[in-house]
Design a protein around this ligand. Structure first.
Ligand code: ZN
Length: 125
């Protein structure tokens, strides 16, 4: 199975090992991809576990009417294995109640105890 994050890799070699808990995503972009894949697969637990504790919601209900169709990462800043934080700009395509749409977001990530965590949507710089 091809990974839902559109990397072109097979799922197990891409986001699968992160969602399975076998490894931590080494970069902010890898975490962003795996969180998108978690949205596709309806894995709210993974989304919460990769959310910074300061901004994490108590619980997360995924909308079953929302089908994710594709991810395009358009830019990223820092977010490497030795950075403290990073930013990823992406567009995600979806279908919601039969209508297609897309969202573009600039996501901020922080590396805490060797694990990349999603903080929030934010501005660059
Ligand atoms: Zn992937």
């Amino acid at each position: 199975m091809r990974c839902p994050c559109n990397s072109g890799d097979v799922y197990q070699a891409c986001c699968g090992r992160f969602l399975d808990g076998d490894a931590n995503a080494p970069t902010a972009v890898a975490l962003m991809r795996s969180r998108y894949t978690a949205f596709v697969m309806g894995n709210a637990d993974y989304l919460l576990s990769t959310w910074h504790p300061d901004t994490r919601p108590k619980q997360l209900e995924l909308d079953p009417e929302q089908t994710w169709l594709g991810l395009v990462i358009t830019d990223s800043f820092d977010g490497g294995p030795w950075d403290k934080d990073g930013v990823v700009v992406f567009t995600a395509h979806y279908r919601h109640n039969g209508a297609r749409g897309s969202m573009t977001e600039t996501s901020k990530f922080i590396r805490l105890r060797k694990q990349w965590l999603y903080v929030a949507a934010g501005s660059v710089g």
